[in-house]
Design a protein around this ligand. Structure first.
Ligand code: S3P
Length: 448
């Protein structure tokens, strides 16, 4: 199905009020780790075997891009993929423009990669991605020697001609962004010498962990309250086996729904528990949620656990701004939990939410208000005041090609008095194919 902001083939779906959710589920593989697996696997010589790869549209776009750059990327079975790469420095010029569709992480990481090659790579994306800032990645890559021509200097479509070799730089990331950090590190893989990235606010560290797992030399240290990451360039990366953990950002949707609905009992198995990804769990527990972390274990360099959640009474909290990077994608669904909780939930330090797949602060505030929720939009956050029970619901939501907006409002529909309708289900396939079936298996009901 084609997708566009004025989507003629859009498929509306409504979520019906639900009593409780019960059952045991596994959510699809982590999106961040899946993108990185395809990219790093493409830089090895030999076979990288992947299990549990997310087969969402964003990741499939990265798989196609890696093929266009010369890597062999094949599906062996459900979630099971084999990558035969070309080695660091071994990729080739794509024959056509690469369409990354909705994949912000995919395009930004691949820009970093392309900055290490003397050929020209052209990127474009869907209406949502073409509206998102790329200058934050382009500026450091230009300092490394890449030349980049972008629409309005900051937007897709863009063309990037890399430097051979790129220059190793020291770069302090001006916004908390794992995508920017990762783009610089991927370019730095191709640079002789040490590339250094300094983060004032720590962000998800999957790139650093995975670079190490693939054999690169990466050091991470705390310096004056910041994190300093140093990568030694031009390593020989070795193929490795990756088991992708369940995506905590996808687990967030059944987790919030079950945490709110009294009588619910849901187990979500194999969820990634990277400390830079689990701020939502801390926040829900502060709100009074009943969540047990069971069987914590390590799988391929990432912590993983099963989550057992039961419905409980939630109250509003003030979410500390420093927690934002560890739950940046979870604020839309947290605001839904806040609509159900009793009292005020204050969320701040969220300017980055305005440049995600949609302006998530504006879209959530408008959508919550349309469903009878008391919400105040701030420049860098929002305040939601819940009634300690079901919000009214009954609204219809424009999803703006944003998968997390779509799923958040479907969760609201389960928790509300009246059904909530989203204008198009298609964006959900970006990160969570099978969302409706999985939620239906827990007891949710949707109408199409
Ligand atoms: C991601 C980083 C975050 C996050 C995105 C995935 C990643 O974006 O919102 O969904 O995989 O590096 P920023 O780095 O722009 O904050």
């Amino acid at each position: 199905m084609s997708k566009s902001i004025n989507n003629v083939s859009a498929r509306p779906v409504d979520a019906r009020p639900c009593d409780r959710l019960t059952g045991r589920i596994a959510v699809p593989g982590d999106k961040s780790i899946s993108h990185r697996t395809l990219i790093l696997g493409g830089l090895t010589v030999g076979e990288t075997a992947v299990e549990g790869l997310l087969e969402g549209e964003d990741v499939l776009a990265t798989a196609r891009a890696m093929r266009a750059l010369g890597a062999q990327v094949e599906r062996a079975g459900e979630g099971s993929w084999r990558i035969h790469g070309c080695g660091v420095g071994g990729l080739g010029e794509p024959a056509d423009v690469i369409d990354m569709e909705n994949a912000g992480t995919g395009v930004r990481l691949l820009m970093g990669l392309a900055a290490g090659y003397g050929f020209t790579t052209f990127f474009t994306g869907d209406a949502s991605l073409r509206g998102r800032p790329m200058g934050r990645v382009a500026r450091p890559l230009e300092r490394m020697g890449a030349s980049i021509t972008a629409r309005s200097r900051d937007r897709l479509p863009l063309a990037i001609t890399g430097a051979v070799p790129p220059v190793a730089i020291t770069y302090e990331v001006p916004v908390p962004s794992a995508q920017v950090k990762s783009a610089v590190l991927l370019a730095g893989l191709h640079a002789p010498g040490a590339t250094t990235v300094i983060e004032r606010e720590a962000t998800r560290d999957h790139t650093e962990r995975m670079l190490r797992a693939f054999g690169a030399e990466v050091s991470v240290e705390a310096v004056d309250g910041a994190t300093r990451i140093v990568l030694q360039g031009q390593p020989e990366l070795r193929p490795t086996s990756i088991r992708v953990p369940g995506d905590p950002s996808s687990a967030a949707f059944p987790l919030v729904a079950a945490a709110c609905l009294p009588g619910s009992e849901v187990t979500i198995t194999g969820v990634g528990m990277n400390p830079m990804r689990i701020g939502l769990i801390d926040t829900l527990v502060e709100m009074g949620a009943d969540i047990a972390i069971r069987d914590p274990r390590d799988e391929g360099g990432e912590p993983v656990a099963d989550l057992f959640v039961r419905g409980a009474r939630l109250r509003g909290v003030e979410v500390p701004a420093f927690r934002a990077p560890s739950m940046i994608d979870e604020y839309p669904v947290l605001s839904v939990a806040a609509a159900f909780a009793e009292g005020r939930t204050v969320m701040t330090g969220l300017a980055e939410l305005r440049v995600k797949e949609s302006d998530r602060l504006a879209v959530m505030a408008t959508g919550l208000a349309a469903n009878g929720v008391a919400v105040e939009e701030l420049e860098d956050g929002m305040i939601v005041t819940g009634r300690g029970g079901r919000p009214a619901g009954g609204g219809t939501i424009a999803t703006h090609l944003d998968h997390r907006i779509a799923m958040s409002f479907l969760v609201l529909g389960l928790l509300a008095d009246k059904p909530v309708t989203i204008d198009d289900i298609a964006p959900v396939a970006t990160s969570f194919p099978g969302f409706l079936d999985l939620m239906t298996g827990l007891g949710a009901a949707f109408g199409q």
